[in-house]
Ligand binder design. Sequence first.
Ligand SMILES: Nc1ncnc2c1ncn2[C@@H]1O[C@H](COP(=O)(O)OP(=O)(O)OP(=O)(O)O)[C@@H](O)[C@H]1O
Ligand SMILES: [Mg+2]
Length: 159
Amino acid sequence: MTAESYVRFFPDALAVPRARQHVEKELRTWGLANLVDDDVLVVSELVTNSVTETVRWMRERECGVAGEGEDALIEAVFGRWSWPWTIAFAVYRFGSGAVVVEAWDCSRKPPIPVPKTDDWTLQGGRGLHIVDEVSKRWGYRWPRSGGKVVYAVLGRAER
Ligand SMILES: Nc1ncnc2c1ncn2[C@@H]1O[C@H](COP(=O)(O)OP(=O)(O)OP(=O)(O)O)[C@@H](O)[C@H]1O
Ligand SMILES: [Mg+2]
């Protein structure tokens, strides 16, 4: 590996633009501005999924009691438990030229693409298909420290 860069966020809406800005800055510094457009898409989808999953996880584990609702959630995010309810984001550049982005969240639930369908009225289930289209490949792994990492290798696959 020749370069790496990490950043960590609260799982709120600002995580997505912050992650995008962070990776874009690194790519430009590395002379890889050509990857920025697709990278912005990939990062948006991965980080949005991590935010959604972290909040879902928090609701189930810590805020699952009916009636506690939003206040408990907000306290969990901004209050006394700031760790591990965060999202970590990393970008790596390898000697081979490969650039990999990774989003970490605390949940052990794997990201499983929703089967493709002709029903264009469906509200969700497109994010990982977009990632699949605009990256060389993507996947997930289980770090020993817990949670899960979803990664994508930037660049277009030959099809
Ligand atoms: N980081 C993650 N942790 C756990 N589950 C995930 C994660 N990312 C995705 N998933 C699961 O995979 C499913 C498909 O993700 P995908 O991004 O394709 O669709 P979506 O997030 O449901 O909708 P969209 O991205 O189109 O708004 C999600 O509904 C979720 O169940
Ligand atoms: Mg999604």
